[in-house]
Design a protein around this ligand. Structure first.
Ligand code: NAD
Length: 495
């Protein structure tokens, strides 16, 4: 784990102006425009990034395509790709302190969580796919004797990666690592308010020996660089994590351009269901509070809808309130903070808008609901709980992506199932019960990519992550994700 001393030294590092990363080197944008990077910790600017444009995206895509065609990566021996990616993972691990603090200055996630979830998790992901490279076999088809049907697995070509600001390194690595392992070249469009760690990641990849042009990073606004990547005629697929509206745009861009594949990991409104027979209600309350409030609720799988069975409702709410008020919100670079800053002032205002609407619609505010620590200049929000939430309210239907929990009471298992599925989303969920049959029935009934049982939010790289319904399609993580970046080609040989 990182030490407070290391954090205090690294938080003072001058960052300055960061360029794009194209064709293996830092480069200026074609227009020379910059975006100021403001830290949500204190509301102060501390760096600037290039405000890229369509010409910059085109430069990066051309570099990626040229490199792909050359074959120095796409046709390199798997053993070579494995060696480079393993070295890349080691370098990310070695720079974990630097990457973690840089990322927290950018997006405000509490360092305890950021350290594990960002550099360490990204390094683990890169290593996982490095190790997988030389275990992917083609197939021989069961044809008649007079022919030979060979099924090859080939890289797609140029992959665009577009990620959100909550965990840019971790989510970026979930896409970049399998895409590279499969032999593709990549152009990353980082989130405009948290680009710094992905730029640094590309430098480390280059230091590890990744050939120039294999991994490129173009910063800038989503509506400009993201759109240019989505519409580019020479991008074969886009792997996206972010909001539903931008996901829909990417599908449109694909239809308007070259029918590139689009993989979408979108938002959620995930139900966390506590039955009266949960094995340990106190523990369930603690985990549930963490499951919505860590990283200020800016977690795609956050358990933002809590359903509690009536028989234990009052007791559970007391425990939940106690667990919530114990969470220390504060400087995300202080190791004692449980919850850091909201990623930006804009996001904080959005969250407060949800609070106002929930109050208007008749939900009861149990705790929080306000901006705090204003004297710091940063964007901090008190963990917020509303009860008496009903299905027709905005808080039950729309993703806040902030530290705001809506609680509902239920009587029966059928009612819990109905409420759980009453949303357009289907990303994550949880069930707390000691009854094995109830747990299995709920796992089958809930429409979501993951159903946790007697926990919330646990996972690792070995299991797929992704949603159903309007939470998107296509899975990150696990060997299944590797398949997304490979295409099947048949050789039909007359003997
Ligand atoms: P967002 O959709 O606004 O932005 C995501 C990315 O898309 C950013 O890099 C942005 O610059 C880019 N973008 C914006 N407009 C674009 C356009 N017109 N064309 C192409 N790209 C464009 O989302 P956000 O606010 O950064 O992140 C929050 C959202 O991400 C939430 O909805 C959250 O649930 C979701 N999310 C989902 C997962 C998951 O795994 N399912 C994980 C984390 C976050």
């Amino acid at each position: 784990m990182i030490s407070q001393n290391a954090i205090d030294t690294l938080r003072k590092t001058e960052i300055g102006a960061r360029g794009l990363f194209i064709d293996g080197a830092q480069t200026d944008g074609t227009e020379g425009a910059n975006l100021t990077v403001t830290s949500p910790i204190d509301g102060r600017p501390f760096a600037s990034i290039t405000d890229g444009n369509a010409a910059d995206i085109d430069r990066a895509v051309r570099s990626a395509r040229k490199t792909f065609e050359k074959g120095s990566w796409s046709r390199a021996a798997p053993a070579f790709r494995k060696k480079v990616l393993t070295r890349f993972a080691e370098l990310v691990e070695r720079h974990a302190d630097e990457l973690a603090v840089l990322g927290v200055r950018d997006n405000g996630t509490e360092i305890g969580m950021a350290y594990k979830a960002e550099p360490l998790s990204a390094a683990g992901t890169i290593r996982y796919y490095a190790e997988a490279i030389d275990k992917v076999y083609g197939e021989i088809a069961p044809t008649a004797d007079n022919v030979l049907g060979l099924i090859h697995k080939e890289p797609l070509g140029v992959i665009g990666v577009i990620v959100p600001w909550n965990f840019p390194l971790m989510i970026g690595a979930w896409k970049i690592a399998p895409a590279l392992a499969a032999g593709n070249c990549v152009v990353v469009k980082p989130p405009e308010i948290a680009s710094l760690t992905l730029l640094r990641l590309a430098e480390l990849a280059s230091e590890a020996g990744l050939p120039a042009g294999v991994l490129n990073v173009v910063t800038g606004r989503g509506s400009v660089t993201g759109e240019a990547l989505g519409l580019h005629m020479d991008v074969d697929a886009i792997a996206f994590t972010g909001s539903g509206p931008v996901g829909r745009r990417l599908l449109e861009y694909s239809a308007r351009s070259n029918l590139k594949r689009i993989f979408l990991e979108l938002g959620g409104k995930s139900p966390n269901i506590v039955f009266a027979d949960a094995p340990d209600l106190k523990q369930a309350a603690i985990v549930s509070a963490n499951g919505i409030f860590r990283n200020s609720g800016q977690v795609c799988v956050a358990g933002s809808r809590l359903l509690v069975q009536a028989a234990v409702y009052d007791r559970f709410m007391d425990d939940l309130l106690a667990a919530t008020t114990r969470l220390k919100v504060g400087d995300p670079l202080d190791l004692t903070s449980d919850v850091g800053a909201v990623s930006s002032a804009e996001q904080l205002n959005k969250n407060l808008g949800f609070v106002a609407r929930a109050t208007e619609e008749g939900a009861r505010l149990v705790t929080g609901g306000e901006r705090i620590l204003t004297e710091t200049g940063g964007s901090y929000m008190a963990p917020t709980i509303f009860e008496n939430v009903t299905q027709d309210m905005q808080l039950a239907r729309e993703e806040v992506f902030g530290p705001v929990l809506g609680v509902m009471r239920f009587e029966t298992e059928e009612e819990a199932m109905r409420l759980a599925n009453s949303t357009v989303y289907g990303l994550a969920s949880a069930v707390w019960t000691a009854n094995l049959s109830t747990a299995h029935r709920m796992v089958r009934a809930i429409n979501a990519g993951v159903v946790h049982v007697n926990t919330y939010g646990g996972a690792d790289i070995t299991v797929p992550l992704g949603g159903v319904k309007q939470s998107g399609f296509g899975r990150d993580k696990s060997l299944h994700a590797l398949e997304k970046y490979l295409e099947l080609k048949t050789a039909w040989i007359a003997l």
